[in-house]
Design a protein around this ligand. Structure first.
Ligand SMILES: *[C@@H]1O[C@H](CO)[C@@H](O)[C@H](O)[C@H]1NC(C)=O
Ligand SMILES: *[C@@H]1O[C@H](CO)[C@@H](O)[C@H](O)[C@H]1NC(C)=O
Ligand SMILES: *[C@@H]1O[C@H](CO)[C@@H](O)[C@H](O)[C@H]1NC(C)=O
Ligand SMILES: *[C@@H]1O[C@H](CO)[C@@H](O)[C@H](O)[C@H]1NC(C)=O
Ligand SMILES: [Zn+2]
Length: 771
């Protein structure tokens, strides 16, 4: 029996969940004999352990107990430390190995050709081979059969109708300029512009300008008596996830949506302010087009036909239209949207007549007056969108370095797929960083390092359409992840600017502060300053928009996501456009690849800290502070006249706070005890300490899970976390206490009471877990 357990803990944990437990039959006789034998053996082992003088054991392992077959050698002399390599040496390797030349090489590979979800198996295989080369032997493909769309054709024109004929006033090319300075912009097999999960359809209709297409923007138009039904909306990218702009338009009976990047979102760095446009300068190229998914991300990520379960071949499929649009949409450049917006000049109210959210359109210098419309009856848009829907394989690459503790796992992930041939920022700056992280850990392995906890590396496919690869993988491996996964560390865009922009579950805040303080900033205006020195210290809450979503919100696994994003003075980042290219990166984004490397080092150090410190490097007290802060943030959602009572939740949170602080202090004391010199004849104290650490780590590991509510959120039951979810009408940004806040905002006090109780129960469960 023991041997079986040992053997199964030695197999890859990815497979362990699929191994059915073996059953044996016992007779009373064999049980009695077994017990006697067991007692005798225990006595013998104890005697032997007692008799071996600690002096004959190697110094760096220190204590007898670490030789017990089921224990792992917790470090004694230099804490914290994995096996075979002192922790400070491991850190030095992770800081010294990453190289700008290598990051550039990986980026140049990934951004050389198209790699749309499910379209580039060779990039998956190349990645797999590289990771093996770096020393991660156990690297495999994990593939799923996903329902998604590829573009067949499109047409967008401005028409002027009269009794006898229809005149084409403007025919959009829906193409970005081909630039000599940027080779991938003219690849013959470049991907046409389109929206992921957009509906096929051919709409010809009058149109209106609907600002950013937020729920509130449409509501403002309804209140202004603008007829939306049957019309096409022109909206700007920004403020919320694009799919939700289409979702609300569809709910209001609109028949199509055009979405463009208005220079207003580019801040100071605009053509209007005299900056040259890409490729000559840092401002946005006027022909740039932002592709992207129009999935209803806040309702359901992953394959829309397999909610909550993995898209393996042959599984049952559901109607996807709960989470993807039924009306067509197209992305367009600001250059090509001009004729459409100008056709609205003089028709209907002006955006400037509306509230503050409508101010500041960035194309007035081009003659756009930002009238709402609708356009006159004879001025219409023809929007034709032809999409092919298929169910097709896509490929995650999964690499595993087994640790000494089989059921404690840290996962690192980045997606590989991009809308375009390039993707030098999103996502392949992250892919380049991940390769350098793995290469660095590979160097440590060569020097004999064996991690305490298992590390899993993931290169996800299909993130762009709706977090497909990561969501399906989490859904498939849920039992194992729930049992074993301590944390998930995501990097989507490692480098697209100079501003460090982390978001994280509060349990991981301290790890972020620590690594930001360890890594030198590429900005050496002040010599020796670290990333932390030039960072405002903000850690955003978890929303959605990248691969941590299934980990954090579905499986209850503490997650983080970081990278360097665009700061106000940085060159404009051409997100999801052909100009998010290697050429742009090398000229404007990260010319010396130093932000790639800074991100790589922080990622590797964060992983090392979580993998190798004997007591998991979490802070429960930070979770308690978070819960308290979010509650203060929720309060204004309740109208004063409802007298909604937040006190019971406050009480629950205060109780959690004291048990969290006590638990962190206890965990710290366990770490301190590891340093203590214990005389050899007190070896059992170390054994006890080992068990105490095991138990403490199990609690830390389970803490995020305590906040899951199995029936899920109202109207989007895939989302199980009672504290974190994407905002239902924002998508990217994080909503806190979503069930409670949404009920309060809807004025549904009974439902708010229900959610307050549910959250109290979850907080109390977390309190008991730590008690
Ligand atoms: C896959 O990616 C590679 C490397 O970027 C590229 O050279 C190749 O053209 C792509 N293949 C396809 C089928 O698009
Ligand atoms: C789309 O609709 C327009 C206007 O009604 C029509 O002229 C055109 O032929 C249609 N295109 C397709 C592909 O059906
Ligand atoms: C909208 O229409 C309603 C009813 O016809 C009217 O009372 C209201 O004043 C109108 N609002 C605006 C902003 O025109
Ligand atoms: C670079 O560092 C200096 C000094 O800390 C700071 O004032 C400046 O804002 C930083 N620049 C960027 C782009 O982060
Ligand atoms: Zn991305």
């Amino acid at each position: 029996m023991r041997e079986k357990t040992m053997a199964s803990s030695e197999t890859t944990p990815l497979l362990a969940v699929h191994v059915a437990p073996q059953r044996y039959r016992y007779t009373h006789h064999t049980i009695r004999r077994g017990c006697t034998f067991l007692l005798a053996s225990l006595l013998a082992i104890a005697t032997i352990l007692f008799l071996i003088p600690s002096a004959i054991l190697p110094r760096d392992h220190g204590s007898i107990w670490s030789y017990l077959p089921w224990a792992h050698p917790l470090p004694h002399d230099s804490w914290p430390q994995g096996n075979g390599l002192p922790y400070d040496q491991l850190q030095q390797i992770l800081l010294n190995t990453p190289s700008a030349a290598k990051a550039r090489e990986w980026s140049s590979y990934y951004t050389a050709g198209p790699h749309l979800a499910g379209k580039n198996l060779s990039q998956a295989l190349w990645t797999l081979e590289k990771w093996k080369e770096f020393g991660v032997e156990d690297t495999t493909l994990a593939s799923y059969d996903i329902y998604l769309n590829y573009p067949l054709g499109h047409r967008l024109a401005l028409l002027k109708k009269s009794d006898d004929k229809t005149e084409v006033t403007f025919e959009a090319t829906l193409e970005e300029d081909q630039l000599d300075e940027d080779p991938t912009s003219s690849l013959p097999d470049r991907v046409p512009v389109f929206h992921g999960y957009s509906a096929s359809g051919n709409a010809t209709a009058q149109f209106v300008y609907a600002n950013f297409g937020t729920y509130k923007d449409y509501e403002d138009l309804v209140n202004a008596n603008i007829t939306l039904e049957g019309k096409i909306a022109i909206v700007k990218y920004g403020r919320i996830f694009r799919g939700l702009k289409v979702k609300r338009a569809q709910e209001l009976g609109m028949v199509g949506v055009l979405i463009y990047d208005d220079p207003q979102e580019d801040g100071e760095i605009t053509e209007e302010n005299g900056y040259e446009t890409y490729p000559n300068g840092p401002a946005r190229n006027p022909s740039a087009i932002q592709r992207g998914s129009t999935q209803f991300l806040s309702i359901l990520p992953g394959d829309p036909t397999t909610p909550g379960y993995a898209s393996k071949p042959g599984v049952e499929r559901q109607d996807p239209h709960n989470s993807i649009p039924s009306i067509p949409s197209l992305p367009i450049s600001y250059k090509e949207v001009l004729p459409f917006l100008k056709a609205l000049n003089g028709h209907g109210p002006k955006a400037t007549d509306f509230n503050q959210y409508w101010q500041g359109g960035g194309l007035t210098y081009k003659g756009v007056e930002y009238n709402i419309g609708p356009s006159p009856e004879d001025v219409v848009i023809n929007l034709n969108n032809e999409q092919e829907y298929v169910t097709t394989p896509l490929w995650n690459v999964i690499g595993v370095i087994k640790g000494t503790i089989p059921d404690e796992v840290i996962v690192l992930g980045n997606h590989r797929d991009a809308w375009i041939a390039g993707g030098a920022g999103d996502p392949n700056s992250g892919s380049a960083a991940l390769n350098e992280v793995i290469r660095s850990f590979g160097e440590a392995l060569k020097l004999g390092w064996k991690p305490l906890r298992t590390i899993v590396f993931a290169s996800w496919d299909g993130e762009e359409y709706g977090l497909l690869g990561s969501t399906e993988w989490v859904e498939e491996n849920l039992p194992w992840l729930s049992k074993a996964n301590v944390a998930y560390l995501n990097v989507d865009v490692a480098a697209a600017g100079t501003q460090f922009t982390p978001r994280a579950a509060p349990l991981l805040n301290q790890v972020i502060y620590e690594v930001a303080g360890r890594v030198q900033s590429p900005n050496q205006t002040v010599h020796g300053q670290t990333v932390a020195d030039v960072w405002n210290g903000n850690i955003a809450t978890m929303g959605s928009g990248s691969d941590f979503t299934a980990f954090q919100d579905f499986a209850g696994i503490a997650s983080l996501d970081f990278g360097f994003g665009r700061g106000a003075k940085d060159p404009v980042y051409h997100y999801h456009s052909n100009y998010d290219s290697f050429a742009w990166m090398e000229k404007f984004g990260d010319a010396d690849w130093s932000y790639h490397i800074a991100c790589t080092k922080m990622w590797a150090l964060a992983a090392a800290r979580l993998v190798d410190s004997p007591v998991i490097a979490f802070s429960a007290a930070d979770y308690a502070s978070g819960l308290y802060t979010y509650l203060r943030r929720a309060e204004p959602s309740a109208l004063p006249e409802t007298h909604f009572d937040f006190a019971p939740l406050d009480t629950a949170i205060l109780e959690f706070k004291s048990s969290a602080e006590a638990f962190d202090a206890y965990a710290d004391s366990l770490t301190e005890q590891l340093h203590e010199d214990v005389p050899w004849y007190h070896w059992w104290k170390k054994v006890r300490l080992y068990f105490q650490i095991r138990v403490a780590n199990d609690k830390y590991k389970g803490l995020e899970r305590a906040f899951l509510y199995e029936p899920g959120l109202d109207g989007r039951d895939w989302f199980k976390h009672v504290v974190f979810a994407p905002g239902i009408w924002t998508g990217y940004s994080g909503a806190t206490y979503p069930g409670l806040v949404e009920s309060l905002e809807a004025g549904d006090i009974a439902n708010a009471e229900k959610w307050s109780k549910i959250i109290q129960e979850r907080v109390n469960a977390a309190t008991s877990l730590l008690a």
